[in-house]
Design a protein around this ligand. Structure first.
Ligand SMILES: NC(=O)c1ccc[n+]([C@@H]2O[C@H](COP(=O)([O-])OP(=O)(O)OC[C@H]3O[C@@H](n4cnc5c(N)ncnc54)[C@H](O)[C@@H]3O)[C@@H](O)[C@H]2O)c1
Ligand SMILES: N[C@@H](CCO)C(=O)O
Ligand code: NA
Length: 815
């Protein structure tokens, strides 16, 4: 025989009650199941509130009408008119009784625990009367059972202790004489030996189900609720939390102890002792298998079963020489706390025995402090102990699973996930059972931490990168289009999800905790965005405190640079195509790298040189593997390359420059390309990555423009000056052509010196053959000595640049 317990949401609506009845139909068999019911959702809370209001002399009648109507509406909707009267009458009697009791409380302005239990009992009684009557339509043997008469307890109102022997006898006798009936039993309520109503405390209806299950040696106890079972983590924090197919009792205990609200551990003990399996099922998703909790280790191969969390705890730390080697010290401490019913969530003690740290609920913290101050008064006065302090604003997280026991590296994985996301661990505890490793962290970090740990342990699930993007121009726009097009591929082939959480340009900024739909980012930014403010954008990004977070700079602005270091120090990776950061002070360049290393995040800037071409990466690989750069020769301006490759025939120089700009090769300000500044920045970054601590002033740069062009105050003036100097450029072109040569703007790093020069080269030169916006770079190194390593290809343009930024983002995700 099975026990089926339905929680508040399962009896809370027409839809759920209909589902409940069809579940019962499916489970009809040789033996009648026992159905245990909670109060309709919201009713117990309403009863508590009414009781307390009455006790304070406040009005409760409105609320009473609401819950009465709630029951009556269900009856009117689910029973034919001719069957409504008996149950309406019965419920009306209950509500009249309840009103009289509340009125007495109101008159006396006194609410005892005993009266409160009596008031609460109407929740289960009303729902169970109601449902048993509705069930009669399809099950003629349905019978309402006031469970309070069968579960006998002591006089501890509010949290009564069950007299197991007597209760089990009563239940067995009752069931034996009603075995032909389908019993609908009130959960949560019981009575003492005076016959007064008591309640079973938190999770009480589950407890009722377990007591009945134990008394009748049930085949299984089904807990029907509104979620798909026990989840891997709190779904309010972890969107990717999923239902666990199977758990051992111990695992379920550990998980629920730390806040998985589905069942409350003490309620399971009667079932645990008799080894009765417990199945958690979803009334609203009947076909889903749910979670099966049984004795012994589970067959599931998951290394950890779940991550439990408590979002608010307080920690007390006891330190002092007085504890060292003193047997019985911790005994005194913990028996003191247990005597006063203070539940200790977690304990750690250093092996020097110099300090004990323990965590309690915030509500217990000051009480614990006072108790310790009193108990250890002498030791405190003698300074053998330091006066303890309470630390608030903390949270706890635990990974749970019996398989951890045999698997090394579990704690490594946990701490790596936390460390990489900048979560500081305040205290650690691992039971020697190895079922559970718990850490204490600061409360604001909890959600990030739980998500990071979830991602780390369930690596077969999609990992999520949270991306914040600055710049929606040429590159930014193209990146969004590429991200959108590639979403599905990444999900299926790399188990990676790139979620854009925020976007800003100079005018507007928009962030969304749910992520921004890439199909609609432009409209969202326009309509939902606020006026842009970079400092605020970054502050909000940090405040979201997301795991696996990446800041992407797709601007050509100085402004974001000043924030890089702070961003890296907040354990957020930086990906940038903006060259300004790496080509300013050498000191700053070093600081970025150090911050990234220290905080365990990435700082990627592949597109700083040669757009998407693998140049930075190649250089890094050479350096890391111990090669030494002897010489770099390169053409690194895509714009100038395009200009020289297309400045032919009748086309005028300034027209070709305009073409390059229109094709998206130039910097937002094309003067930065033609005056050599962009090229200079790239050479400087390369030289630094090659190990030379150079500054901009160390670079010798030959201008390819006449002075008037360099002096132009605006872009329009610049184009005008280019046109004015047409003959200068024509002369250059002819000179080259007459010698069967081509114009090339070439950078060279040799012996720690960088020069950029305008050259005319013939077909014997390796850089002669270039087309379009091609870049070319040749590395001559200790290992590539006789023939250099050469990278060549399009070195400018929105598609190839955005692709390089994209690859950098993905590389952050790979770690
Ligand atoms: N075009 C290429 O081939 C290429 C290749 C490699 C690198 N890059 C680099 O890409 C970057 C972007 O180039 P682009 O052509 O997309 O420029 P763009 O002018 O088209 O776009 C720049 C964007 O940045 C935004 N922006 C500027 N300052 C900002 C600030 N302080 N806060 C927020 N947003 C800000 C602007 O609103 C705009 O949306 C540049 O740094 C460039 O050097 C470009
Ligand atoms: N404006 C740059 C873009 C690539 O960094 C160029 O022309 O090379
Ligand atoms: Na590159």
């Amino acid at each position: 025989m099975n026990i089926l317990k339905f929680g508040g949401t399962s009896v809370g609506s027409l839809q759920s009650i209909t589902a409940l009845l069809s579940i019962l139909k499916d489970q009809q068999g040789a033996e009648n199941p026992i159905v245990v019911l909670s109060a309709m959702s919201g009713v117990t809370n309403a009863l508590v509130e009414m009781a307390e209001n009455a006790g304070h002399g406040s009005d409760y009648s409105e609320e009473l009408k609401i819950i009465e109507k709630k029951h009556f509406d269900v009856i009117r909707a689910l029973l034919p008119a001719n069957a409504q009267n008996p149950v309406l009458t019965k419920l009306k009697i209950y509500f009249n009784e309840l009103e009289e009791i509340l009125q007495s409380v109101y008159n006396l302005r006194e609410l005892s625990l005993q009266t409160k239990d009596l008031i609460l009992s109407y929740g289960e009684r009303c729902s169970t009367v109601m449902i048993s009557h509705i069930a009669k339509q399809s099950f003629s043997n349905a019978l309402y059972v006031d469970g309070s008469e069968l579960i006998k307890t002591d006089h501890n109102f509010g949290q009564a202790k069950v007299n197991t022997y007597l209760t089990e006898t009563l239940i067995r006798d009752f069931q034996e004489s009603n075995s032909d009936k389908l019993l609908f039993v009130t959960g949560f309520i019981a009575s003492n030996d005076d016959g007064r109503i008591t309640t079973l405390g938190r999770g009480g209806s589950d407890y009722t189900a377990a007591i009945w299950g134990s008394a009748l040696n049930a085949g299984e106890i089904q807990i029907w609720t509104d979620v798909d079972g026990m989840l891997t983590a709190d779904p309010r924090m972890v969107k990717k939390a999923f239902s666990l197919p199977e758990l051992s009792y111990t695992e379920a205990m550990e998980l629920s102890y730390f806040g998985a609200k589905v069942i409350y551990p003490p309620t399971m003990i009667p079932a645990f002792l008799k080894r009765i399996p417990i199945v958690i099922k979803n009334t609203f998703n009947v076909d889903f298998p749910g979670t099966y909790i049984k004795h012994g280790t589970s067959a599931s191969k998951l290394p950890i079963k779940g991550i439990s969390s408590i979002d608010e705890i307080s920690v007390l730390n006891l330190t002092g020489s007085g504890m060292v080697g003193k047997a019985g010290f911790s005994g005194r401490l913990f028996s003191l706390l247990s005597r006063e019913q203070i539940n200790i969530i977690l304990i750690t003690q250093s092996s020097s025995e110099h300090s004990i740290t323990f965590a309690v609920k915030p509500a217990d913290a000051l009480k614990a402090l006072a108790l310790i101050n009193k108990e250890f008064e002498l030791e405190l006065q003698a300074r053998k102990l330091e006066y303890p302090e309470v630390e608030n604003g903390l949270a706890a997280l635990a990974i749970v699973g019996e398989n951890m026991k045999k698997t090394p590296g579990m704690s490594g994985k946990l701490f790596n996930a936390l460390g990489r996301n900048g979560v500081n661990v305040r205290a650690i505890a691992q039971g020697s059972s190895e079922y559970n490793i718990s850490v204490i962290i600061s409360k604001p970090d909890l959600s990030k931490a739980v998500n990071a740990v979830h991602d780390a342990f369930y690596a077969n699930l999609k990992r999520t990168l949270h991306v914040f993007c600055l710049g929606t121009g040429n590159i930014g726009k193209t990146l969004f289009a590429q991200l959108e097009a590639q979403m599905d591929f990444l999900a299926t082939n790399n188990d990676l999800q790139v979620k854009v959480m925020g976007v800003s340009n100079t005018r507007k900024m928009y962030q969304n905790v749910e992520g921004i739909a890439l199909s609609n980012w432009e409209k969202d930014l326009e309509t939902k965005g606020e006026p842009a403010d970079l400092a605020v954008f970054i502050k909000q990004m940090k405040a979201m405190n997301l795991p696996n977070c990446v800041f992407v700079d797709n601007t050509a602005s100085h402004n974001p640079i000043q924030f890089y270091q702070d961003i890296l120090q907040s354990s957020i990776s930086v990906v940038t195509c903006n060259k300004i950061g790496n080509s300013a002070d050498y000191e700053q360049y070093v600081a970025f790298k150090q911050a990234a290393r220290k905080y365990g995040v990435d700082f990627y800037y592949e597109t700083n040189v040669g757009a998407g071409l693998p140049i930075i990466r190649t250089l890094k690989d050479l350096m890391m593997s111990g090669d030494r750069i002897d010489r770099i020769e390169a053409i690194l301006s895509g714009t100038i390359s395009y200009i020289f490759n297309n400045y032919k025939g009748d086309k005028l120089f300034h027209e070709v420059v305009k073409e390059a700009q229109d094709k998206g090769y130039t910097e937002p300000d094309p003067r930065d390309d033609l005056n050599g500044k962009d090229f200079m920045r790239k050479m400087l970054i390369l030289a630094r990555d090659a190990g030379y601590p150079l500054e901009e002033s160390d670079i010798e740069i030959e201008s390819m423009l006449p002075p008037a062009c360099l002096a132009a105050a605006t872009v329009a003036d610049f184009y005008q000056e280019l046109e004015n100097n047409t003959s200068y450029f024509e002369k250059l072109k002819q000179e080259a052509a007459s010698g069967h040569k081509v114009l090339r703007y070439i950078g060279k790093l040799e012996a720690g010196k960088v020069v950029i020069t305008l050259q005319m080269v013939d077909d014997s030169h390796p850089f002669y053959m270039l087309s379009g916006s091609d870049n070319i770079i040749s590395f001559t190194t200790d290992r590539y000595k006789d023939r250099p390593l050469v990278v060549k290809g399009p070195g400018a343009g929105a598609e190839v640049t955005a692709a390089g930024v994209f690859a950098d983002i993905i590389n952050v995700g790979k770690r």
